[in-house]
Design a binder for this molecule. Sequence first.
Ligand code: PAF
Length: 291
Amino acid sequence: MSIPVVWKTPGEVRAWVRALQRRGQTLALVPTMGFLHEGHLSLMREGGRRADVVAASIFVNPTQFGPKEDLSTYPRDLEGDLQRCGSAGVAGVYLPEPSTVYPPGYQTYVNVEEVSQGLDGDKRPGHFRGVATVVAKLLALFRPEVALFGEKDFQQLQVITRLAADLELGVEIVGMPTIREPDGLAMSSRNSYLSAEERQRALGLSRGLFSAQRLAAGGEADVAKLLAAIRQELVKVQAREDYVEIVDSSRLASLSRLESGAPARALIAAFIGKTRLIDNVALPLGAQALS
Ligand code: PAF
């Protein structure tokens, strides 16, 4: 395993990307906010299968945090992250300062309209504007053939897919399945905020989603019943619901019934203590195999 090269400025990245292009090599990019876990590493490894070289970025992007959110306490472990990137085959990591990404006088933002609305878009005003802006900047800088993101942030994945298509960035956006702990908890950097007791209660999110998934697989198409099954598990663990919704998987419009062959998704945001967690699953109707 080798420790990846670190770039601090766009100029350093551009020089590296030009050399890569001269060699005719393809690039996969994995943008992250660090405190890397197995979910991030699965994106990096898949990047290595889809392109000649993998690069990552670690940047806790201030524009996607609301004024009362956890920007200043967001977990960080730079040394460990660089080792993890190396073990996942990443060649280089971009580690810009906030003042490099948003220098004084900065005033250009990217707004993806429809899929940024509802769900986290409503609960975290400005969040997707910040995500779309930083991701657009990273894609414009690295010009990768492929960029990989986790399905755990399902709305974010739709926002970025739309952004790459609308701005004709010529990059393939790949969504990768959520990686879970053996007991079902979706991996997230924010799980580190949970006490041991909260960590147990947090299982209510995945239990609720799996319960809805089993019902849908068994033929239950009534969204009200599926939502009730999810909420039952949230109540058991005293989670405070921020939203629970069942939507169509591409436009993220609310559904009242599942239809066969029309992909649907159940999404949760809920607080366990002070920690806000999100999770989601696909809801195939009448499917035999659960994913
Ligand atoms: O999912 C994340 O870690 C972030 O939202 C992203 C995509 C790296 C943009 O800051």
